[in-house]
Design a protein around this ligand. Structure first.
Ligand SMILES: NC(=O)c1ccc[n+]([C@@H]2O[C@H](COP(=O)([O-])OP(=O)(O)OC[C@H]3O[C@@H](n4cnc5c(N)ncnc54)[C@H](O)[C@@H]3O)[C@@H](O)[C@H]2O)c1
Length: 384
C-alpha cells in the first residue's frame, strides 16, 4: 500500500523513549510515511538521528523552526507533524506548526498551562486544522466497548468510578543517575506543574472522561513526593465529584513497586458494573444487577461497532498497546483526509470521531492545575 500522507517528527531521536512507539503505531497501517524531522535537541544529534532513520538529508532539520519554515515552502510539504518532545516544548512547537498550516498530533500533557492549550485549540479551529492529543489508551477496542455500554445506559446511572494508573520506575531517585527521561520529568521547568500527575494522571483523567462522559464538578487532590529531594509529585490521589452525583477515585503513582503500567478502570452504576485491566486488555467484564458476570472479548460476538472498527487482529490472537496507539493515528489520518483541499469536509469515519482533540488536551492540563491548587490549599476545589 502506498502511503496517503507524509509526516515530520519533532523529537523521537536517538535515545528517546516514545517517538519510536509513535513511528511504529503509524507504520502499522502504512498510511503515512516519515519524510522529515527535527528529531533531537541539538542539530548534530538531529542529523545523526535522521541518518539512522534513513531520512533524506535535505529534510533533516537542525531545529523545529527551520523545519516549519523550509517545509512550508515545499510543494511536497508534509501533511502533519508528530510532536514527541518534553512537555515544556509542546506549546511553542505546536503553535508554530499550526501557524504554518500543518496538522498536529501532540503528546500529553498538551502544554504547561490550560491557557496555552486553549490558545492551540482556538488556533487549530480558526485555521481548520486537526490537532489531536495522543491519549493512546482510548484506542483500545474494549475501552471503546466500555464507553459505548456506559453511554448506552447499560450500567444505569453511574455512581462510582475507579481509575488506577500505577508505575514503579520512579520509586528511586533515578534522576540523580542521569536517567534522561527521569531527569526532565522531575524538573518543573520542563515537566510543568505536575510530576506523575501530568505524566500519567492526565491519561487517567482522560480515560474516565472518554468512557463515562461525566463532567467534573469538584475535586480534592493529595499530591505527594515520596522520593526525597523531589519538588514535583510522584504519587497522586484524587477524589472527584461529578455533575449528576457520581463519585470518582483516581490514583496515579510512579512509586508503586511491582507495577510497570498497571492501569485499571472500574465503573459502577445502579444497573451494573464493568471492569477493565490493561494487562488483559482484550477482555471486558460486565455484570448486570442480580446476574452473573459476562466476559466480552475483543473478537467475540455482540460488540459495539466502535470496538469492532478499532479491532485489527484475527480472533483469538492478543491485540495490544501498539494497535491501540495506532487507532489514534488512524483516526487522525482519516480526519485529515476528510478535509478537502478546498476546505470542504467529508463525513468523518467513526475512528476519526473517536480521537482525542485539543479540547481533551486542554481539559487534561486544567485537571493538573486544579489538582495542584487543591493539594496546595488542602481543600476541595470547584471545577468551574
Ligand atoms: N502517550 C504516552 O503514553 C506517552 C508515553 C511517554 C511519553 N509521552 C510524552 O511524550 C513526550 C516525550 O517523552 P519521552 O519519554 O519520549 O521523552 P525523551 O526525553 O525520551 O525524548 C524526547 C526527545 O525530544 C528531543 N527534543 C527535546 N527538545 C527538542 C527540540 N527543541 N527539538 C527537537 N527535539 C527535541 C530529545 O532530544 C529527545 O529525542 C513527553 O511529552 C511525554 O509526556 C507520552
Amino acid at each position: 500500500m502506498s502511503a496517503e500522507l507524509t509526516y515530520a517528527m519533532i523529537g523521537g531521536g536517538i535515545g528517546a523513549n516514545i517517538g519510536l512507539v509513535h513511528r511504529r503505531a503509524i507504520a502499522l497501517d502504512g498510511r503515512a510515511r516519515l519524510v522529515a524531522g527535527a528529531l533531537s535537541s541539538t542539530p548534530e544529534r538531529s542529523a545523526e538521528s535522521a541518518k539512522e532513520l534513513g531520512l533524506d538529508p535535505e529534510r533533516s532539520y537542525g531545529t523545529y523552526q527551520e523545519l516549519f519554515e523550509l517545509e512550508s515552502n515545499r510543494e511536497d510539504r508534509v501533511d502533519f507533524v508528530s510532536i514527541v518532545t518534553p512537555n515544556d516544548t509542546h506549546y511553542p512547537i505546536a503553535k508554530m506548526a499550526l501557524q504554518h498550516g500543518f496538522h498536529v498530533v501532540l503528546d500529553k500533557p498538551a502544554t504547561h498551562s490550560s491557557a496555552q492549550a486553549q490558545e492551540l485549540c482556538d488556533l487549530a479551529e480558526s485555521k481548520g486544522l486537526v490537532c489531536c492529543v495522543t491519549y493512546n489508551y482510548t484506542g483500545y477496542p474494549m475501552i471503546r466497548q466500555a464507553r459505548a455500554m456506559v453511554r448506552d445506559g447499560v450500567l444505569g446511572n453511574i455512581r462510582k468510578v475507579f481509575l488506577e494508573y500505577h508505575q514503579d520506575w520512579l520509586a528511586t531517585d533515578l534522576e540523580s543517575q542521569g536517567h534522561k527521561q527521569a531527569s526532565w520529568r522531575v524538573d518543573p521547568t520542563k515537566a510543568g506543574l505536575g510530576g506523575a500527575l501530568g505524566d500519567i494522571g492526565t491519561h487517567a483523567e482522560n480515560l474516565i472522561s472518554f468512557v463515562t462522559g461525566l463532567s467534573m464538578e469538584s475535586l480534592y487532590a493529595n499530591l505527594q513526593a515520596f522520593v526525597p529531594g523531589r519538588t514535583l509529585d510522584d504519587d497522586v490521589s484524587v477524589m472527584i465529584r461529578y455533575t449528576g452525583g457520581a463519585h470518582g477515585i483516581l490514583t496515579a503513582s510512579q512509586v508503586c513497586i511491582g507495577e510497570s503500567n498497571g492501569i485499571s478502570l472500574r465503573v459502577y452504576g445502579d444497573q451494573g458494573g464493568l471492569v477493565w485491566y490493561q494487562d488483559s486488555a482484550n477482555d471486558l467484564r460486565v455484570t448486570k444487577v442480580g446476574a452473573n458476570p459476562v466476559l466480552y472479548t475483543r473478537s467475540g460476538p455482540g460488540l459495539h461497532r466502535d470496538a469492532v472498527v478499532s479491532s485489527h487482529t484475527p480472533p483469538g490472537h492478543p491485540e495490544g498497546y501498539l494497535e491501540a496507539f495506532s487507532n489514534i493515528y488512524r483516526g487522525a489520518i482519516d480526519r485529515i483526509l476528510s478535509l478537502g483541499s478546498g476546505g470542504e469536509r467529508a463525513d468523518l469515519s467513526r475512528l476519526a470521531e473517536l480521537i482525542p482533540g485539543m479540547d481533551d488536551g486542554t481539559q487534561g492540563v486544567r485537571f493538573v492545575e486544579k489538582c495542584v491548587e487543591s493539594s496546595q490549599k488542602n481543600t476541595q476545589v470547584n471545577w468551574a
